[in-house]
Design a protein around this ligand. Structure first.
Ligand code: 8YV
Length: 308
């Protein structure tokens, strides 16, 4: 009996790939051919794109099994209309992403990357003076997006004696001060952390006005998605001293990173690694496989963001 087809729009995690290849015929949009009938599942990730045009080729599509919690490449409205579930790896990567938020902010304040280079390239040995950073503990933290990751970050920052404030359209938490919008939050923050989902409403939520509100001593940390920040405005603010610095794990057109950010000594840049630890990637793979197995065996759509 021939195997059922499954379509992947991304390079798969090795464990997911091994599981899938044993049970399915794995196809890509390029090898799909004219007839997309019978394909019920698309495997995707934060990097994947599932536009309406692809869904049009798959009349039996029921599930997008997503390696990650972000699914901004998926046409969500179209999924809603067609009753297609978007199943994510909720919960398992929260801690890692929050950890990276702290690490990036600390690295930026305490100038860890440039201090590391200072030692490695011999300037320390020659008795030169290292650059002075800024104190991390006690800063005013602003969190845009107080979901699971935002909360995990808030808890960590409290441990650094920070006053934590936030803005969020849906979540509230009386423990922290809530601001009605991101501009007011930025005005009242030393470090603005972006943890919100990359929805249409949040597109470029950090614009030139918000960066102005953050001001010359303010810092931006983005562990969510590049599309939440107007990258051109950010480059200008970094180049002109409009803000003190930025620490970024995500970019508007990954893997491209603007030269203005690369050249600046007031940025800390990582290549979208927030969930990239051995432990978490193994758990993410497990959830993707479990989501798929549950769908196949029981016809259910676990961790479906559209059923919430
Ligand atoms: C992954 C992510 O790096 O969960 C997300 O939204 O961006 C990350 O966990 C990504 O899904 C892998 O491409």
């Amino acid at each position: 009996m021939s195997k059922k087809r499954i379509l992947s729009v991304v390079k798969l995690n090795p464990e997911v790939e091994a599981y899938v290849k044993e049970r399915y015929e794995l196809v890509t949009p390029d090898t799909l051919g004219m007839d997309g009938g019978g394909i019920e599942v698309i495997l995707s990730s934060g990097k994947g794109r599932v536009p309406k045009e692809l869904m049009d080729r798959l009349p039996d599509l029921k599930m997008i099994d997503n390696f990650g919690v972000g699914y901004d490449g998926v046409d969500v409205n179209e999924c809603r209309k067609r009753g297609i579930g978007i199943c994510v790896t909720a919960g398992v990567l929260t801690e890692d992403v929050a950890d990276l938020g702290v690490a990036l902010a600390l690295a930026l304040c305490r100038r860890i990357p440039s201090s590391d280079s200072f030692v490695r390239d011999g300037r320390y040995g020659k008795g030169q003076k290292a650059t002075t950073g800024t104190k991390f503990s006690g800063k005013r933290a602003g969190i845009a997006g107080l979901g699971r990751i935002g909360h995990a970050l808030a808890r960590r920052l409290e441990g650094f004696s920070m006053r934590v404030a936030y803005t969020d359209r849906y979540c509230t938490d009386d423990k922290y001060q809530r601001y009605p919008d991101i501009k007011t939050l930025a005005q009242n923050s030393d470090i603005l952390f972006i943890c919100a989902a990359a929805t249409v409403q949040n597109h470029r939520m950090v614009n030139s006005e918000v960066l102005r509100a953050l001001g010359p001593s303010g810092m931006l940390v983005n562990i969510a998605r590049g599309s939440l920040v107007d990258e051109k405005a950010l480059c200008d603010a970094i180049t002109n001293g409009g803000i003190a610095g930025a620490a970024l794990d995500v970019y508007e057109n990954e893997p491209e990173v603007p030269q203005a950010l690369i050249k600046s000594d007031r940025t800390v840049l990582t290549p979208h690694i927030a969930s990239n630890t051995r432990e978490t990637r193994a758990l993410m793979a497990k959830v993707v496989i479990e989501n798929l197995r549950t769908f196949e065996e029981r016809g259910e759509l676990p961790n479906n963001v559209l059923s919430r």
